[in-house]
Design a protein around this ligand. Structure first.
Ligand code: FEO
Length: 404
């Protein structure tokens, strides 16, 4: 493989994974994923994070092609212990037994529990530095991005921020490694899907990290997944700022769970009325068909959410139940909510959605709509009313945003 230089002595040594279907055994990888690792090959050799264990052979070959067969790795810096990045640590230790592992107290607790490694460690705290000989690395503790041990490493010489999962993305690097070598449109949704499902729950820690990094002069952001940022650093920083403040666009995500189409029909009526009232961004999803991660990502984009469920054995449709649990777990804030659904005999779907509405700190824009069987005049009118109330609130918010 060609060597990928970030600067004269800093290299990308990541690998692509086009085989795994579910990241963390949960999140579909429709565009694959890459595990980025980086090596600083200067007076001393420092490796920043590793890769998922299945790619170890390819990874070790890449490393050796850069540092040569004789040089040793002096430092292995672990910014994040999740096994998609720490999977090759024990193999690095085997091949380079003298390498010192750099991490924080929590890193080392995990390192021992995961891999039984507890020797030749160098513990760092916030703002500590190590000297690679003419090049210093500084460590920023950024806990809960998205695990307790997560930290970032900053190369003061080339102004490279190795950021761990933060600012990362799903999607393989198909030839292009840097943000200006590729069409970012390919990654746009996957960057947000990655943020919203992996990092988003920890929004207040994102804000803390952004404040900590505010005065750091950054030429490159090297995350553990996705493209290296060098030409669009402001964009990714501002995306993270916006998302972690729950700032959204005008639009509505309608999600329904249906068995025979009655709840879906309600969704279509609501969607049409929203558009008639000037809401241009309306997205409808069948929660049994579209994985929750894509829906969560859309919810991070749009202010309005309207959820509909049929009844299933006196309860909510199971796929909708899974979705609202994921929404609750993600602690998403600052949304407008509407609820609808249908039933044939016992009900249960709308009842559970109303419980969800009561428990989540979102603004409910309208009474819920529940119909027995198929669409009829009363439920049609109530769907229209729900849509109009949602459109009205969105327009109010739009007007509040316009400067006087
Ligand atoms: Fe990419 Fe949290 O590991």
């Amino acid at each position: 493989m060609q060597k990928v230089n970030i600067s004269e002595h800093v290299y990308w040594v990541g690998v692509n994974d086009r085989r795994t279907t579910l990241f963390e055994n949960m999140w579909p990888l429709c565009k694959g994923v890459c595990y980025n690792s980086y090596i600083i090959n200067d007076e001393k050799v420092a490796l920043v994070d590793t890769v998922e264990v299945s790619a170890t052979d390819e990874y070790l070959e890449k490393l050796e092609s850069i540092i040569g067969p004789e040089r040793q790795v002096d430092y292995l810096i672990i910014n994040h212990m999740e096994p998609d990045h720490s999977g090759a640590v024990k193999f690095i230790r085997q091949k380079y037994p003298d390498c010192k592992i750099v991490g924080n107290k929590k890193t080392f607790e995990m390192l021992e529990k995961f891999y039984g490694i507890n020797t030749n460690l160098h513990e760092v705290k916030d703002m500590d530095e190590i000297d690679l000989g003419g090049r210093k690395l500084r460590f920023y503790m950024t806990p809960m991005l998205h695990w307790p041990e997560t930290m970032m490493t900053y190369d003061l010489k080339d102004k490279v921020l190795f950021s761990g999962d933060a600012f990362g993305s799903f999607g393989t690097l198909d030839g292009g490694v840097f943000d200006d070598e590729l069409n970012l449109d390919f990654y746009e949704d996957e960057i947000r899907r990655y943020y919203s499902n992996i990092v988003g729950k920890f929004a207040k820690f994102v804000q803390k990290a952004l404040k900590k990094l505010a005065d750091v002069d950054i030429n490159y952001i090297c995350a553990t997944h996705g493209p290296i940022w060098r030409s669009h650093i402001d964009k990714i920083l501002s995306d993270y700022d916006r998302w972690s403040r729950y700032q959204t666009e005008e639009g509505v995500v309608i999600v329904y769970g249906t068995m025979y189409g009655n709840t879906e029909q309600m969704a279509d009526v609501i969607a049409r009325e929203l558009v008639v009232h000037g809401i241009k961004n309306v997205r409808i999803y069948d929660c049994a068909k579209t994985h929750a991660s894509y829906i969560i990502s859309e919810i991070y984009k749009y202010k309005g959410v309207i959820l509909g469920s049929c009844a299933y054995n006196n309860d909510m449709f199971p796929s909708m139940d899974a979705l609202i649990r994921k929404i609750e777990n993600s602690e998403i804030k600052e949304h407008l909510l509407g609820v609808f659904g249908s039933f044939a005999w016992g009900g249960g779907g709308v009842k559970r959605l109303n419980e969800f509405a009561k428990n989540i700190d979102w603004e409910v824009v309208s009474d819920s709509v529940e119909q027995k069987g198929g669409m009829h005049d009363i439920s049609f009118d109530r769907c229209i009313s729900l849509a109009q109330n949602m459109a009205h609130r969105l327009k109010q918010l739009r007007e509040e945003e316009v400067p006087a």
